[in-house]
Design a protein around this ligand. Structure first.
Ligand SMILES: [Zn+2]
Length: 310
């Protein structure tokens, strides 16, 4: 039996480099790399094509986030501000055509930036992460419903949730109830999954059933392998093969500990502020995993379905 392994891609969205806009809007700092280069505002559609090429080459599968209204600069339905709507549509078309056979899609916040006042549509002066930590199911449900509705209107069926930063971690029982309800309301789906927890300090970790009732269940899919690609944002000289080898070692460690290898990466880590060294490292890592021969890349929903009830 091959060992199932999944790749989590966080922060992906059409055209916007969401990580860059965190700095000014949420952290009130200049958007710079640690070695003093300005973070780029946009990620061109050609980068998505390159990512798809590498996924095809090595059979990567897992989860691909789509931030529905990234940084509040347009959204997936109307298009991204400052670009013709066709560029957003092209991005979505490519994602659906090339990634849907092997990746589940999830929203990741509404903006992955400041929280939105759902009544006025205006931004609140607080990030989505901070906002979420004091909410209840009554306020979280419509917030998650909006995320799913935006993706649905753009033709994307999202069968799970990704938590921007650690959205909802301090009120997790409320967040869980809200995710179950939002999937029922928008997608009429009774069984779903979510990504919130990062557990590389506990490599024996496997997905677990976070909620179960007579209608269905919600499975928590934790990441067990950290985003080592992230280094390529700040260090232009880091060797892609070195990152790939360290990732392979983390993967082996999880398997030895009896955990489920779930690898976290971010759109900005692969983009490497335009240098795409992260993407090269992904290519190298795919090769190492293929050469190992023991693994099968799977969707998060497949991991969720295979997770036993307690
Ligand atoms: Zn994120």
């Amino acid at each position: 039996m091959p060992i199932p392994i999944a790749l989590l891609v966080d922060d992906s969205c059409p055209l916007i480099h969401v990580f860059r806009f965190h700095w000014e809007d949420v952290h009130h700092r200049d958007p710079m790399t640690k070695d003093g280069r300005r973070l780029l505002d946009h990620i061109p559609n050609s980068f998505l094509n390159d990512f798809c090429e590498i996924c095809d080459r090595w059979g990567f599968a897992g989860k691909f986030s789509i931030v529905p209204a990234p940084a509040d600069r347009g959204d997936v339905v109307r298009g991204i501000s400052g670009f013709p709507p066709e560029e957003t549509n092209q991005w979505l078309d490519t994602v659906l055509r090339r990634l849907s056979p092997r990746f589940d899609f999830t929203p990741e916040g509404i903006t992955h930036n400041l929280a939105v006042d759902l009544v006025t549509g205006k931004m609140l002066p607080i990030g989505e992460n901070e906002w979420s930590q004091t909410q209840t199911r009554e306020t979280l449900t419509p917030y998650l419903v909006r995320q799913l509705e935006l993706l649905k209107a753009a033709g994307v069926d999202a069968n799970g949730f990704t938590s921007p930063w650690v959205f909802g971690i301090k009120v997790e029982p409320e967040y869980i109830a809200a995710m179950v309800e939002a999937q029922r309301q928008v997608c009429r789906r009774e069984s779903s999954w979510y990504f919130l927890h990062m557990r590389w300090e506990e490599p024996h970790t496997k997905p677990w059933v976070a909620h179960k009732d007579q209608r269905g269940r919600l499975v928590s899919i934790p990441a067990t392998i950290p985003d080592l690609w992230w280094e390529t944002i700040d260090e232009p000289n880091v060797e892609p093969t070195d990152i790939a080898e360290r990732l392979r070692d983390c993967t082996t460690k999880v398997v030895k500990a009896g955990g489920t290898p779930v690898v976290l990466t971010h759109w900005q880590s692969l983009f490497s502020n335009g240098l795409a060294a992260g993407l090269k490292a992904l290519d190298e890592y795919g090769k190492l995993i293929a050469e190992d021969g023991r693994f099968q890349w799977v969707k998060c929903s497949e991991l969720a379905n295979a997770t036993p009830d307690l």
